[in-house]
Write a protein that binds this ligand. Structure first.
Ligand code: PHB
Length: 377
């Protein structure tokens, strides 16, 4: 597999003025350079997530998580910038514009975060792959682990958008798989952080635990507010691992001891992960987190797919077949993709200790998203 050259990627990135979509030109085989359009958030509540993905992908792009701006950003990448493949994005609402364009124009798309289940269920497509997770997967693992501990009733607190709702569905399915129940879902609009009205309702719900999906800036605030409200001792808090991922430092002692479930964690002792963490730290001066892993794996998957096209922009069948057949050598542990193009992966149970999300066991091994309604055409 020809590697994507760092020099050519950086060259492409540096040539684009700040604020415009940035294009990389990976050197694949001997053919003319291909243009890869990246779309990631660099402002707003998911800014740090986008930064981790981009640092690992070796790229930079400016874009907020605003679904209203998504179609024009995608059109710019595919129109004026003439991208041959797309990589993006973080937010489940924003990614739909990319999925739509990839489907309509048969452009290869690798999703390095956004977990919107539709992308690998009813809107699955031959040229669309995810290097990340479906919203359902980590929350399913959390629900299952909670039920195994003997919790009988739990509530879910989240933002009212696709990622919040779909992770709540996963949490409920996981709880039910172990004989427990999801009895209440509380939401507030994305990306609001006035959690007090929701927190005030929790003690009266008659639940034994609370699960949550928040990420980035919102996760920092929620975990702090939950602790400050004195709820930690009364109602154990858990969640999809994004709740504490990449944000433990600003959360401080408020996060200590929180258990979450995710397809990555600190202390995963495989040689690929050890090497990746060291290389990423020296390259970006950041500590690796799940977002960096997903960005890195997006680049790996893209390289595998593009190598198989031998530079032919129309060879989407070859692109898809190569990734479908591959085992991705990921820092999270090697994985393959399911028939609907979503990673089949272990969901780890982690506990926040001294600034790390320490892996304490597997919540569920080799978990595939159900892929319901996916028909590859
Ligand atoms: C999403 O919108 O799909 C999303 C955003 C941030 C995360 C995870 C999922 O950390």
């Amino acid at each position: 597999m020809p590697p994507i050259s760092r020099r050519s990627v950086l060259g492409g990135a540096l040539g684009i003025p700040l604020g415009l979509p940035l294009l990389a030109t990976p050197a694949i085989a001997q053919n003319a350079p291909l243009k890869i359009g990246l779309m990631l958030p660099f402002s707003g509540t998911f800014a740090a997530l986008g930064e981790s993905i981009a640092a690992a992908f070796d790229m930079h792009l400016k874009d907020e998580s605003d679904p209203a701006k998504a179609p024009s950003n995608v059109n710019r990448l595919l129109g004026r910038e003439r991208a041959d493949a797309l990589v993006g994005t973080v937010h489940s609402g924003v990614v739909m514009a990319l999925v739509q364009a990839a489907r309509d124009q048969e452009i290869p798309l690798i999703i390095p975060n956004a977990g919107n289940v539709a992308a690998t269920r009813e809107l699955c497509a031959p040229s669309v792959f995810r290097s990340s997770f479906s919203n359902w997967q980590p929350a399913y693992g959390m629900g299952k682990a909670l039920a195994a501990k003997g919790i009988k009733k739990a509530a879910w607190v989240t933002w009212a958008y696709a990622a919040g709702k779909e992770s709540g569905d996963g949490f409920g399915d996981g709880l039910r798989s172990g004989g427990a129940e999801l009895t209440k879902v509380l939401t507030l609009p994305f990306p609001e952080t006035n959690f007090q009205p929701l927190l005030a309702q929790l003690p009266g719900l008659g639940v034994d635990a609370v699960g949550a999906f928040f990420a980035g800036g919102g996760a920092i605030q929620f975990v702090k507010d939950y602790a400050a409200a004195g709820l930690r001792d009364k109602l154990p808090l858990c969640g999809s691992g994004f709740l504490t991922e990449g944000v433990l430092k600003p959360q401080g002692t408020a996060a200590e001891g929180l258990q979450t479930a995710l397809h990555y964690g600190d202390g995963l002792d495989n040689p690929k992960n050890v090497a990746f963490r060291a290389a990423y730290k020296s390259f970006s001066n950041r500590d690796a987190d799940v977002y960096a892993v997903q960005g890195y794996d997006a680049a790996q998957m893209l390289a595998i797919g593009l190598a198989a096209t031998k530079g032919d922009r129309m060879a989407t069948k070859e692109f898809a077949a190569a990734i479908q057949a591959a085992t991705i050598d990921s820092p999270r542990g090697a994985f393959t993709v399911s028939a609907s193009h979503n990673p089949v992966q272990t969901i780890w149970l982690r506990e926040a200790r001294n600034g790390e999300n320490r892996v304490i066991g597997a919540a569920v091994e080799a978990l595939a998203d159900p892929g319901t309604g996916c028909k590859m055409t």
